[in-house]
Design a protein around this ligand. Structure first.
Ligand SMILES: [Zn+2]
Length: 434
Protein backbone atom coordinates (compact mmCIF):
# COMPACT_ATOMS: atom_id res chain seq x y z
CA UNK A 1 0.00 0.00 0.00
CA UNK A 2 1.79 3.18 1.06
CA UNK A 3 4.95 1.28 1.58
CA UNK A 4 5.97 1.44 -2.03
CA UNK A 5 5.89 5.19 -2.22
CA UNK A 6 7.84 5.49 0.99
CA UNK A 7 10.46 3.08 -0.25
CA UNK A 8 10.62 4.80 -3.59
CA UNK A 9 11.32 8.02 -1.76
CA UNK A 10 14.00 6.32 0.26
CA UNK A 11 15.59 4.84 -2.79
CA UNK A 12 15.50 8.05 -4.74
CA UNK A 13 17.08 9.86 -1.85
CA UNK A 14 19.67 7.16 -1.48
CA UNK A 15 20.58 7.12 -5.13
CA UNK A 16 20.44 10.85 -5.69
CA UNK A 17 22.70 11.74 -2.84
CA UNK A 18 24.90 8.68 -3.34
CA UNK A 19 25.65 8.73 0.35
CA UNK A 20 26.51 5.35 1.71
CA UNK A 21 26.46 4.94 5.44
CA UNK A 22 29.17 2.88 7.05
CA UNK A 23 27.28 0.60 9.32
CA UNK A 24 23.67 1.11 10.13
CA UNK A 25 21.28 -0.97 12.12
CA UNK A 26 17.56 -1.25 11.88
CA UNK A 27 17.43 0.99 14.94
CA UNK A 28 19.19 3.71 12.93
CA UNK A 29 16.67 3.24 10.19
CA UNK A 30 13.83 3.71 12.58
CA UNK A 31 15.50 6.77 14.09
CA UNK A 32 15.64 8.15 10.57
CA UNK A 33 11.87 8.22 10.56
CA UNK A 34 12.01 10.70 13.37
CA UNK A 35 14.45 12.96 11.58
CA UNK A 36 13.49 12.86 7.91
CA UNK A 37 16.51 14.97 6.93
CA UNK A 38 18.62 11.99 7.91
CA UNK A 39 16.74 9.52 5.83
CA UNK A 40 19.19 9.54 2.92
CA UNK A 41 21.97 8.45 5.21
CA UNK A 42 21.16 4.80 5.35
CA UNK A 43 21.65 2.32 2.65
CA UNK A 44 18.93 -0.16 1.91
CA UNK A 45 21.24 -2.88 0.64
CA UNK A 46 23.21 -2.84 3.85
CA UNK A 47 20.03 -2.89 5.86
CA UNK A 48 18.86 -5.81 3.80
CA UNK A 49 22.00 -7.80 4.60
CA UNK A 50 21.66 -7.15 8.28
CA UNK A 51 18.03 -8.03 8.41
CA UNK A 52 18.45 -11.22 6.49
CA UNK A 53 17.43 -10.07 3.04
CA UNK A 54 15.57 -6.87 3.69
CA UNK A 55 13.66 -4.59 1.50
CA UNK A 56 11.54 -5.04 -1.55
CA UNK A 57 13.40 -2.33 -3.43
CA UNK A 58 16.72 -4.02 -2.89
CA UNK A 59 19.10 -3.73 -5.85
CA UNK A 60 18.48 -2.37 -9.29
CA UNK A 61 17.24 1.06 -8.36
CA UNK A 62 13.78 2.30 -7.63
CA UNK A 63 12.31 0.63 -10.71
CA UNK A 64 12.94 -2.73 -9.06
CA UNK A 65 10.19 -1.78 -6.61
CA UNK A 66 7.39 -2.99 -8.80
CA UNK A 67 9.23 -5.90 -10.36
CA UNK A 68 7.32 -9.13 -10.75
CA UNK A 69 8.49 -11.33 -7.88
CA UNK A 70 8.64 -14.72 -9.58
CA UNK A 71 9.85 -15.44 -13.11
CA UNK A 72 10.31 -18.78 -14.83
CA UNK A 73 7.53 -20.69 -16.52
CA UNK A 74 8.95 -24.06 -15.45
CA UNK A 75 8.87 -23.27 -11.74
CA UNK A 76 6.24 -23.41 -9.00
CA UNK A 77 5.66 -20.83 -6.27
CA UNK A 78 5.18 -22.66 -2.97
CA UNK A 79 2.99 -20.69 -0.62
CA UNK A 80 1.72 -21.15 2.91
CA UNK A 81 -0.70 -19.49 5.29
CA UNK A 82 -0.15 -18.42 8.88
CA UNK A 83 -3.12 -17.21 10.85
CA UNK A 84 -3.29 -15.66 14.31
CA UNK A 85 -5.54 -17.77 16.58
CA UNK A 86 -7.89 -14.82 17.15
CA UNK A 87 -8.13 -13.81 13.47
CA UNK A 88 -11.81 -13.11 12.70
CA UNK A 89 -11.95 -15.38 9.63
CA UNK A 90 -11.55 -19.14 9.86
CA UNK A 91 -8.49 -21.00 8.59
CA UNK A 92 -10.52 -22.91 6.05
CA UNK A 93 -12.13 -19.76 4.70
CA UNK A 94 -8.74 -18.03 4.40
CA UNK A 95 -7.34 -21.02 2.60
CA UNK A 96 -10.15 -20.87 0.04
CA UNK A 97 -9.81 -17.09 -0.23
CA UNK A 98 -6.07 -17.24 -0.92
CA UNK A 99 -6.51 -19.87 -3.63
CA UNK A 100 -9.39 -17.93 -5.17
CA UNK A 101 -7.36 -14.71 -5.21
CA UNK A 102 -4.42 -16.43 -6.90
CA UNK A 103 -6.76 -17.93 -9.49
CA UNK A 104 -8.38 -14.55 -10.10
CA UNK A 105 -4.97 -13.08 -10.90
CA UNK A 106 -4.02 -16.01 -13.11
CA UNK A 107 -7.28 -15.52 -15.01
CA UNK A 108 -6.49 -11.82 -15.37
CA UNK A 109 -2.93 -12.47 -16.59
CA UNK A 110 -4.25 -14.94 -19.09
CA UNK A 111 -6.92 -12.55 -20.32
CA UNK A 112 -4.32 -9.89 -21.15
CA UNK A 113 -1.67 -12.38 -22.30
CA UNK A 114 0.62 -11.23 -19.54
CA UNK A 115 1.60 -14.74 -18.59
CA UNK A 116 3.48 -15.46 -21.79
CA UNK A 117 6.69 -13.90 -22.95
CA UNK A 118 5.58 -13.17 -26.46
CA UNK A 119 7.12 -9.78 -26.89
CA UNK A 120 10.08 -9.57 -29.27
CA UNK A 121 12.13 -7.64 -26.80
CA UNK A 122 11.58 -10.23 -24.12
CA UNK A 123 12.84 -12.96 -26.36
CA UNK A 124 15.94 -11.10 -27.50
CA UNK A 125 16.80 -10.38 -23.88
CA UNK A 126 16.20 -13.93 -22.71
CA UNK A 127 13.66 -12.75 -20.18
CA UNK A 128 11.64 -15.63 -18.78
CA UNK A 129 7.87 -15.52 -18.50
CA UNK A 130 6.02 -15.11 -15.21
CA UNK A 131 5.58 -18.12 -12.99
CA UNK A 132 1.95 -19.14 -13.09
CA UNK A 133 1.99 -22.30 -10.96
CA UNK A 134 1.16 -21.90 -7.28
CA UNK A 135 0.96 -24.70 -4.73
CA UNK A 136 0.20 -24.60 -1.05
CA UNK A 137 2.47 -26.29 1.47
CA UNK A 138 3.11 -26.25 5.22
CA UNK A 139 5.13 -23.16 6.18
CA UNK A 140 8.88 -23.74 6.22
CA UNK A 141 12.08 -21.79 5.62
CA UNK A 142 12.06 -22.43 1.92
CA UNK A 143 8.45 -21.37 1.33
CA UNK A 144 8.40 -18.74 -1.40
CA UNK A 145 5.33 -16.75 -0.44
CA UNK A 146 4.03 -16.60 3.13
CA UNK A 147 0.57 -15.18 3.79
CA UNK A 148 0.37 -13.74 7.29
CA UNK A 149 -3.12 -13.07 8.64
CA UNK A 150 -2.85 -11.10 11.85
CA UNK A 151 0.61 -12.59 12.42
CA UNK A 152 3.65 -10.32 12.25
CA UNK A 153 7.41 -10.68 12.16
CA UNK A 154 10.36 -8.35 12.55
CA UNK A 155 10.41 -7.36 8.90
CA UNK A 156 6.71 -6.52 8.85
CA UNK A 157 7.03 -4.59 12.10
CA UNK A 158 9.93 -2.52 10.82
CA UNK A 159 8.00 -1.64 7.68
CA UNK A 160 4.95 -0.69 9.63
CA UNK A 161 7.06 1.53 11.83
CA UNK A 162 8.40 3.37 8.80
CA UNK A 163 4.98 3.88 7.27
CA UNK A 164 3.54 7.32 7.74
CA UNK A 165 0.06 5.86 8.05
CA UNK A 166 -1.04 2.65 9.61
CA UNK A 167 -1.53 0.42 6.60
CA UNK A 168 -3.83 -2.56 6.63
CA UNK A 169 -1.73 -4.81 4.42
CA UNK A 170 1.75 -5.18 2.97
CA UNK A 171 3.52 -7.12 0.26
CA UNK A 172 7.20 -7.37 1.13
CA UNK A 173 9.76 -9.12 -0.93
CA UNK A 174 12.83 -10.05 1.08
CA UNK A 175 15.23 -8.95 -1.67
CA UNK A 176 15.51 -8.79 -5.42
CA UNK A 177 17.84 -11.35 -6.97
CA UNK A 178 18.76 -10.32 -10.51
CA UNK A 179 20.21 -13.70 -11.34
CA UNK A 180 17.49 -16.09 -10.28
CA UNK A 181 14.64 -13.54 -10.51
CA UNK A 182 13.02 -15.62 -7.82
CA UNK A 183 12.17 -13.46 -4.87
CA UNK A 184 10.44 -14.87 -1.82
CA UNK A 185 8.51 -12.67 0.56
CA UNK A 186 5.43 -12.03 2.65
CA UNK A 187 1.91 -10.82 2.26
CA UNK A 188 0.70 -9.48 5.55
CA UNK A 189 -2.98 -8.71 6.20
CA UNK A 190 -3.99 -6.99 9.39
CA UNK A 191 -6.85 -8.19 11.53
CA UNK A 192 -8.91 -5.18 10.50
CA UNK A 193 -12.35 -6.46 9.57
CA UNK A 194 -14.77 -9.30 10.10
CA UNK A 195 -16.08 -8.73 6.56
CA UNK A 196 -14.59 -11.41 4.35
CA UNK A 197 -15.17 -9.29 1.18
CA UNK A 198 -12.90 -6.57 2.54
CA UNK A 199 -10.17 -9.00 3.55
CA UNK A 200 -10.43 -10.63 0.12
CA UNK A 201 -10.10 -7.25 -1.61
CA UNK A 202 -7.00 -6.32 0.36
CA UNK A 203 -5.51 -9.75 -0.29
CA UNK A 204 -6.11 -9.30 -4.03
CA UNK A 205 -4.41 -5.89 -3.89
CA UNK A 206 -1.32 -7.21 -2.13
CA UNK A 207 -1.09 -10.18 -4.48
CA UNK A 208 -1.20 -7.71 -7.36
CA UNK A 209 2.18 -6.41 -6.16
CA UNK A 210 3.60 -9.95 -6.43
CA UNK A 211 2.56 -9.98 -10.10
CA UNK A 212 4.17 -6.57 -10.62
CA UNK A 213 0.98 -4.53 -10.94
CA UNK A 214 1.49 -0.89 -10.09
CA UNK A 215 -0.77 1.28 -7.99
CA UNK A 216 -3.69 2.65 -10.00
CA UNK A 217 -3.03 0.25 -12.87
CA UNK A 218 -6.36 -1.48 -12.38
CA UNK A 219 -9.36 -1.16 -10.05
CA UNK A 220 -8.09 -3.35 -7.20
CA UNK A 221 -4.67 -1.65 -7.31
CA UNK A 222 -6.26 1.75 -6.56
CA UNK A 223 -3.92 3.78 -4.45
CA UNK A 224 -6.50 4.76 -1.86
CA UNK A 225 -7.43 1.24 -0.87
CA UNK A 226 -6.90 1.87 2.86
CA UNK A 227 -9.39 4.70 2.84
CA UNK A 228 -11.89 2.63 0.84
CA UNK A 229 -11.64 -0.29 3.23
CA UNK A 230 -12.07 1.95 6.24
CA UNK A 231 -14.89 3.97 4.73
CA UNK A 232 -18.61 3.34 5.20
CA UNK A 233 -19.40 4.38 1.63
CA UNK A 234 -18.51 1.08 -0.02
CA UNK A 235 -19.95 -2.34 0.47
CA UNK A 236 -20.28 -5.94 -0.75
CA UNK A 237 -20.06 -5.93 -4.55
CA UNK A 238 -17.60 -3.04 -4.58
CA UNK A 239 -14.93 -5.42 -3.27
CA UNK A 240 -13.26 -8.56 -4.51
CA UNK A 241 -12.80 -7.71 -8.18
CA UNK A 242 -9.56 -7.01 -10.02
CA UNK A 243 -11.29 -4.90 -12.66
CA UNK A 244 -14.45 -2.85 -12.33
CA UNK A 245 -16.93 -1.84 -15.01
CA UNK A 246 -15.19 1.43 -15.80
CA UNK A 247 -11.73 0.58 -14.57
CA UNK A 248 -10.29 -2.28 -16.60
CA UNK A 249 -6.57 -2.84 -17.01
CA UNK A 250 -6.88 -1.88 -20.66
CA UNK A 251 -9.62 -1.11 -23.15
CA UNK A 252 -9.94 -3.99 -25.56
CA UNK A 253 -11.67 -4.05 -28.91
CA UNK A 254 -15.46 -4.49 -28.81
CA UNK A 255 -15.59 -4.68 -25.05
CA UNK A 256 -18.48 -2.60 -23.73
CA UNK A 257 -17.51 -0.72 -20.57
CA UNK A 258 -20.13 0.80 -18.27
CA UNK A 259 -19.26 4.36 -17.34
CA UNK A 260 -22.36 4.92 -15.21
CA UNK A 261 -22.02 2.08 -12.68
CA UNK A 262 -22.18 2.72 -8.96
CA UNK A 263 -22.01 -0.91 -7.93
CA UNK A 264 -21.21 -1.34 -4.25
CA UNK A 265 -21.42 2.35 -3.41
CA UNK A 266 -23.94 2.83 -0.67
CA UNK A 267 -27.12 4.50 -1.81
CA UNK A 268 -27.34 7.20 0.80
CA UNK A 269 -24.33 9.02 -0.56
CA UNK A 270 -25.32 8.97 -4.22
CA UNK A 271 -27.23 11.80 -5.80
CA UNK A 272 -30.32 10.79 -7.86
CA UNK A 273 -30.58 7.41 -6.22
CA UNK A 274 -33.80 6.51 -8.02
CA UNK A 275 -31.59 5.02 -10.72
CA UNK A 276 -30.30 1.44 -10.44
CA UNK A 277 -26.62 0.72 -9.83
CA UNK A 278 -25.85 0.63 -13.57
CA UNK A 279 -27.43 3.98 -14.41
CA UNK A 280 -27.25 7.67 -13.69
CA UNK A 281 -30.01 10.25 -13.81
CA UNK A 282 -30.25 12.40 -16.91
CA UNK A 283 -30.66 15.29 -14.45
CA UNK A 284 -26.93 15.01 -13.79
CA UNK A 285 -26.18 15.60 -17.48
CA UNK A 286 -25.99 19.28 -18.56
CA UNK A 287 -29.25 20.34 -20.21
CA UNK A 288 -27.67 21.49 -23.48
CA UNK A 289 -25.95 18.16 -23.89
CA UNK A 290 -29.08 16.25 -22.87
CA UNK A 291 -31.09 18.07 -25.51
CA UNK A 292 -28.46 17.61 -28.20
CA UNK A 293 -28.35 13.88 -27.50
CA UNK A 294 -32.18 13.67 -27.34
CA UNK A 295 -32.20 12.20 -23.86
CA UNK A 296 -35.37 12.23 -21.73
CA UNK A 297 -35.18 14.79 -18.91
CA UNK A 298 -36.40 12.58 -16.06
CA UNK A 299 -34.86 9.23 -16.85
CA UNK A 300 -32.06 6.93 -15.82
CA UNK A 301 -29.48 5.96 -18.40
CA UNK A 302 -26.85 3.30 -18.49
CA UNK A 303 -23.90 4.79 -20.38
CA UNK A 304 -21.41 2.55 -22.12
CA UNK A 305 -18.32 3.02 -24.24
CA UNK A 306 -16.94 0.51 -26.72
CA UNK A 307 -13.96 0.62 -29.00
CA UNK A 308 -14.94 -0.67 -32.42
CA UNK A 309 -11.98 -0.15 -34.71
CA UNK A 310 -8.43 1.06 -34.95
CA UNK A 311 -6.36 2.11 -37.90
CA UNK A 312 -2.95 3.37 -36.84
CA UNK A 313 -3.60 6.45 -34.73
CA UNK A 314 -7.30 6.61 -35.56
CA UNK A 315 -9.67 4.96 -33.08
CA UNK A 316 -13.39 4.41 -33.51
CA UNK A 317 -15.70 4.33 -30.48
CA UNK A 318 -19.39 3.83 -29.86
CA UNK A 319 -21.06 5.67 -27.00
CA UNK A 320 -24.44 4.30 -25.92
CA UNK A 321 -27.19 5.68 -23.67
CA UNK A 322 -29.57 2.91 -22.63
CA UNK A 323 -32.83 3.96 -21.00
CA UNK A 324 -33.31 2.03 -17.74
CA UNK A 325 -37.10 1.84 -18.13
CA UNK A 326 -37.66 1.33 -21.85
CA UNK A 327 -34.30 -0.32 -22.61
CA UNK A 328 -34.14 1.87 -25.72
CA UNK A 329 -30.59 2.33 -26.90
CA UNK A 330 -29.24 5.58 -28.39
CA UNK A 331 -25.85 5.06 -29.95
CA UNK A 332 -23.31 7.58 -31.26
CA UNK A 333 -20.21 6.80 -33.28
CA UNK A 334 -17.03 8.77 -32.87
CA UNK A 335 -13.53 9.01 -34.33
CA UNK A 336 -10.62 9.79 -32.09
CA UNK A 337 -6.90 10.33 -32.47
CA UNK A 338 -4.14 9.69 -29.95
CA UNK A 339 -2.64 12.74 -28.31
CA UNK A 340 0.85 12.68 -26.83
CA UNK A 341 -0.55 12.76 -23.30
CA UNK A 342 -0.03 9.49 -21.43
CA UNK A 343 -2.77 9.22 -18.85
CA UNK A 344 -2.44 5.64 -17.68
CA UNK A 345 0.09 3.14 -16.40
CA UNK A 346 2.84 1.12 -18.13
CA UNK A 347 1.64 -2.31 -16.95
CA UNK A 348 3.78 -4.86 -15.11
CA UNK A 349 7.41 -5.37 -15.96
CA UNK A 350 10.87 -6.15 -14.66
CA UNK A 351 13.88 -3.91 -14.31
CA UNK A 352 16.92 -6.14 -14.27
CA UNK A 353 20.22 -7.16 -15.78
CA UNK A 354 19.53 -9.28 -18.83
CA UNK A 355 21.77 -11.54 -20.84
CA UNK A 356 21.04 -11.10 -24.52
CA UNK A 357 20.29 -14.20 -26.55
CA UNK A 358 23.14 -15.35 -28.79
CA UNK A 359 21.44 -13.91 -31.86
CA UNK A 360 20.98 -10.53 -30.22
CA UNK A 361 24.32 -10.44 -28.43
CA UNK A 362 26.33 -8.81 -31.18
CA UNK A 363 23.71 -6.14 -31.51
CA UNK A 364 22.61 -5.50 -27.95
CA UNK A 365 24.98 -7.24 -25.54
CA UNK A 366 23.99 -7.70 -21.91
CA UNK A 367 21.98 -4.80 -20.60
CA UNK A 368 20.24 -3.30 -17.61
CA UNK A 369 16.77 -2.61 -18.87
CA UNK A 370 13.15 -2.31 -17.94
CA UNK A 371 11.21 -5.00 -19.74
CA UNK A 372 7.47 -4.38 -19.91
CA UNK A 373 5.26 -7.46 -20.12
CA UNK A 374 2.65 -5.61 -22.17
CA UNK A 375 2.76 -3.45 -25.21
CA UNK A 376 0.27 -1.22 -26.92
CA UNK A 377 -1.80 -0.35 -23.86
CA UNK A 378 -4.58 2.13 -24.70
CA UNK A 379 -3.32 4.70 -22.29
CA UNK A 380 -3.01 7.90 -24.27
CA UNK A 381 -5.59 10.61 -24.14
CA UNK A 382 -7.72 10.47 -27.26
CA UNK A 383 -9.45 13.52 -28.69
CA UNK A 384 -12.24 13.50 -31.24
CA UNK A 385 -16.02 13.83 -31.46
CA UNK A 386 -19.26 11.84 -31.44
CA UNK A 387 -21.53 12.27 -34.43
CA UNK A 388 -25.05 13.41 -33.54
CA UNK A 389 -26.25 14.43 -37.01
CA UNK A 390 -24.79 15.27 -40.40
CA UNK A 391 -24.25 18.80 -39.12
CA UNK A 392 -23.16 18.13 -35.59
CA UNK A 393 -20.34 16.32 -33.87
CA UNK A 394 -19.89 16.69 -30.10
CA UNK A 395 -16.23 17.27 -29.15
CA UNK A 396 -15.04 14.70 -26.64
CA UNK A 397 -11.93 13.39 -24.94
CA UNK A 398 -11.33 9.83 -23.74
CA UNK A 399 -8.84 9.32 -20.93
CA UNK A 400 -7.49 6.38 -19.07
CA UNK A 401 -6.63 7.71 -15.66
CA UNK A 402 -7.81 5.78 -12.61
CA UNK A 403 -10.13 4.02 -15.03
CA UNK A 404 -11.89 5.22 -18.13
CA UNK A 405 -13.18 8.71 -18.27
CA UNK A 406 -15.05 10.63 -20.89
CA UNK A 407 -15.30 14.41 -21.26
CA UNK A 408 -17.91 15.87 -23.60
CA UNK A 409 -18.40 19.48 -24.62
CA UNK A 410 -21.96 20.72 -24.34
CA UNK A 411 -21.63 22.90 -27.44
CA UNK A 412 -21.74 26.17 -25.52
CA UNK A 413 -19.39 26.59 -22.63
CA UNK A 414 -19.24 23.54 -20.43
CA UNK A 415 -17.37 20.25 -20.37
CA UNK A 416 -19.16 17.32 -18.80
CA UNK A 417 -17.04 14.58 -17.26
CA UNK A 418 -18.10 11.01 -16.77
CA UNK A 419 -15.68 8.74 -14.99
CA UNK A 420 -15.29 5.95 -12.44
CA UNK A 421 -17.66 5.91 -9.45
CA UNK A 422 -14.76 6.75 -7.17
CA UNK A 423 -13.99 9.95 -9.02
CA UNK A 424 -17.69 10.81 -9.30
CA UNK A 425 -17.93 10.37 -5.58
CA UNK A 426 -15.13 12.85 -5.08
CA UNK A 427 -17.00 15.32 -7.28
CA UNK A 428 -20.23 14.74 -5.38
CA UNK A 429 -18.35 15.26 -2.14
CA UNK A 430 -17.15 18.66 -3.31
CA UNK A 431 -20.74 19.72 -3.93
CA UNK A 432 -22.50 18.27 -0.92
CA UNK A 433 -20.94 17.33 2.39
CA UNK A 434 -22.02 13.96 3.77
ZN1 LIG B 1 -0.29 -1.38 -2.54
Amino acid sequence: MRLLSILTTLLILTFETATIANSLTLGDAIDAKIDRRQIHRYDLNRLAEQEGGGWSGNGGGSLAQDNIWFLGSDRTVRYCIERAPQYPISRLRLRVMVRKSIDQWLGFLNRYHLGQAQIDRLISLNAPAMTLKFEQEACQETTDLVFLFGVSNQLIDSYRYLQSEDGLGLAIRRSYNHETRWNPGYIWIDSFSTQAEKVHHLLLHELGHVFGLKHDSVFVMGNHIDARLRSDYFDGPYFGRIESEAWPFDLRMNEERILSSSLGIKEHILPFRECDVWSISSQSIPKVLRDTLHLQPQSCYKITLRKTDRQDQLHSFKLAFINQTSNKRLEFSGSFTDTKVETGHPGPGVYSHWAASSAAKAFEGDVWAYVPFTKGLQQRRKNGCFIVSTQQCIPASINFSRGLSLDMFDGKSQWWSLNTPELRLLEAKKQAPF
